[in-house]
Design a protein around this ligand. Structure first.
Ligand code: GMT
Length: 384
């Protein structure tokens, strides 16, 4: 079968949501016979298998005694130029604006001088807009490189609206939400694991994040402490990041360490989610909430804040509950309501039903159609 589109995907290859979305998108596109070239500074964590349509090009970030900060953006732009030329790519899709959109702009301009026109699609993921990008130290470059992209997508309506609100954007932004592979993320039978963590059939609460300030880790611990004083419960904290040691200290101060386990960065989170009863996401900012979607796909209801794009995923009173950021008391009340044996099965079923709306099979065609539209528009502009 003829290859469809040859796409270069640029992302952070780490455990963050944008890297996960980019990698899973690339994998799904490759399965649909597109040729996918990942251009990243190390092997993306979920790109750990062989597929004839998947390629990996490592960005070689050379340092030199003069550089206090090695110029990642330049190394990336140079790599993009060489991959686009040598692999004859049709399109570049960069995830997370900083600095991927501006590096792509530079690559595009260099290629233009060599007679090669490459359309660039930028996907905005969240903190590249709502936190880092808004900062005066990056804002002009972010605005410019979004406007210079040939296509721009955002992972929620809220993120699109915030982008229009905070930046002077002249481009139309397409909303394409996060997605889930329901073949991978599904409730599995892991009774032995549940028994080991919750020997007395305690409720199992889970939080997964990169433990940054925006995740309000301290709220997670407080909500859990309140739940635990009403019903027997255990908490699993998955992931790692700057707030982890403060959270561990908080658990010690509150004297609840015996009921909380910090598991660090786990690969097979679907196994843990398979035995969970409730997922906590009290974030201050959250453009979509991919971790909540992963939980819902494993039939886990979500107690969350109403920040950013979370209300576009978690339906209040149906798949869980939404409360204002920081309202730990309301989140506790709602968590106890969901955990009630009479309510839990309905919330679990609703969570799965909602997650199915974000199945990769529904979202992949949105990206494919968008690529075609952008490529058509670019070639039209050239012939005019
Ligand atoms: O959650 C993070 O801070 C990681 C961040 C990223 O870009 O790696 O995640 C963002 O992108 C995800 C995928 O699109 C979204 O599901 C997350 O909601 C978003 N995080 C924030 O907006 C804080």
């Amino acid at each position: 079968m003829a290859k469809k589109i040859k796409i270069g995907i640029v992302c952070y290859p780490t455990f963050g949501g944008s890297g996960v979305v980019a990698t899973e998108l690339g994998k799904a596109l490759a399965q649909d016979n597109h040729e996918i070239h990942f251009i990243t500074y190390s092997q993306p964590s979920r790109l750990d298998f062989l597929n004839e349509n998947l390629f990996y090009h490592e960005v070689d970030i050379r340092t030199y005694p003069l550089f206090e900060y090695p110029p990642y953006e330049l190394a990336l732009a140079s790599k993009m130029v060489s991959v686009v030329k040598n692999e004859k790519l049709d399109l570049l899709h960069v995830h997370y604006a900083i600095p991927h959109a501006s590096a792509a702009y530079m690559a595009k301009q260099i290629l233009k001088t060599q007679g090669i026109l490459i359309p660039v699609v930028t996907t905005l993921h969240g903190t590249d807009i709502t936190l880092v990008g808004k900062d005066a130290s990056y804002e002009p470059v972010v605005t410019f490189s979004i406007n210079e992209s040939d296509g721009v997508t955002a992972v929620s309506k809220d993120l699109r609206d915030q982008t229009y609100e905070f930046f002077n954007i002249t481009k139309e932004i397409e909303v394409i939400p996060n997605f889930i592979d329901l073949e991978k993320f599904k409730k599995q039978k892991k009774d032995h694991f549940k028994k080991a963590i919750c020997p007395d059939d305690e409720a199992l609460i889970v939080h997964i994040s990169n433990f940054r300030k925006v995740k309000r880790i301290s709220d997670v611990i407080h909500i859990f402490k309140n739940i635990r004083s009403e019903v027997p419960a255990k908490l699993l904290m998955i992931g790692d990041g700057p707030e982890r040691s403060a959270a561990e200290a908080q658990c010690r101060e509150l004297g609840i360490c015996d009921d909380i386990r910090f598991l660090g960065k786990l690969e097979a989170i679907e196994e843990v989610l398979s035995v969970a009863d409730l997922f906590l996401m009290p974030s201050e900012k959250e453009s979509f909430g991919l971790a909540a979607l992963e939980a819902m796909a494993c039939e886990v209801p979500v107690i969350s804040s109403n920040a950013g794009g979370i209300p576009e995923l978690n339906i209040n009173g149906v798949t869980g509950f939404l409360s204002p950021v920081g309202d730990v008391e309301a989140m506790t009340r709602n968590a106890l309501h969901v955990l009630d044996k009479d309510n839990l099965p309905t919330f679990k079923a609703n969570a799965l039903k909602r997650a199915k709306e974000f199945d990769i099979s529904k979202i992949l065609p949105l990206y494919e159609n968008y690529y075609h539209r952008v490529m058509e528009k670019t070639s039209l502009n050239v012939s005019l």
